[in-house]
Design a protein around this ligand. Structure first.
Ligand SMILES: Cc1cc2nc3c(=O)[nH]c(=O)nc-3n(C[C@H](O)[C@H](O)[C@H](O)COP(=O)(O)O)c2cc1C
Length: 147
């Protein structure tokens, strides 16, 4: 991650608006670096299933690769993460889902030796230092539209 950050910062120098880009990189670094201090760090990923309808249609040359394959996997990992985070909460653990560190790592699969698993995020886990009040819930009428 450290070398990835240096690489991005150096490349940003020769781009349009280098200062703005470096600020973006540094902001995402601040949202990433605390994984080094996490008591436990998980990586979460997905495996592309072989037997789906769209993979058969693709192999038969009937369709091009379907982007929705990834959507399904991303929804699945989101649901699994929600269960993971809530179970942690039940045990008094604090968690944080992160994707920003992936911007600083060139080939995350090779680090874990899990080529068939596409790493989608990290999750820090530990006992929380503080217990801030949750944000106020939006009223259902603000997020639900009946047509
Ligand atoms: C897909 C996704 C990626 C995220 N990536 C990061 C990240 O890289 N770094 C970070 O500090 N927070 C990240 N967050 C935000 C935290 O996981 C968390 O949702 C946010 O801090 C709000 O938590 P709170 O509701 O407890 O305040 C991400 C959230 C999501 C849903």
């Amino acid at each position: 991650m450290l070398s990835g950050r240096e690489r991005l910062l150096n490349k940003a120098v020769s781009c349009n608006h280098p200062k703005r880009l470096r600020n973006w990189i540094n902001a995402y670094w601040r949202y990433s670096e605390f994984i080094f201090r996490a008591p436990v760090l998980f990586a979460g990923g997905t495996i592309t299933p072989e037997g789906s309808l769209s993979s058969h249609l693709f192999q038969a040359g009937i369709i091009t690769r379907d982007k929705r394959d990834d959507t399904d996997l991303d929804i699945s990992i989101g649901l699994a993460l929600q269960g993971f985070l809530l179970k942690g909460r039940e045990f008094g653990l604090g968690t944080c889902v992160l994707t920003a560190p992936l911007a600083f790592i060139e080939d995350v699969g090779s680090i874990f030796g899990t080529r068939e698993i596409v790493i989608k995020c990290f999750v820090t886990v530990g006992f929380p230092d503080e217990s801030p009040a949750g944000p106020e819930r939006m009223p259902v009428t603000d997020i639900y539209l009946r047509i």
